[in-house]
Write a protein of this length. Sequence first.
Length: 133
Amino acid sequence: MTSTATPGFWHIARRLKWIAALALALGVAAAFAALGQWQLERSLETAIVDERDTETPVPLDSIAEPQRVMTSEASGRVVTVSGSWVEGDEVIVTGRLSGAGEAGHCRHRAWIAGPERISCASARPRASSHCGR
């Protein structure tokens, strides 16, 4: 009785057509990696970096007016404002991460948000429809 043994993995893997298929797959992978690198370099060359100072606090009425479109220059700015809370419209926002707690971890906190009647630097209303009333 003769038994035919099935060829093993390495026996099949050493065949010319499978070596060629592996070389083709590696070539395609290398081509896609090179194209991805080219695309990344190209996007960094054409990137526009916004070099404006957004971290220096400025008065709110110097960059924003009520009922006006927010300009790109005003967006993302840190502002200063003074005024008083308008009672009765507070909203509690839960699940916010705030400050560093023990071992540098942020802690879950609740924020209280509400309207504020601001004091304006100029006579005309800015940043709220009823400035200083």
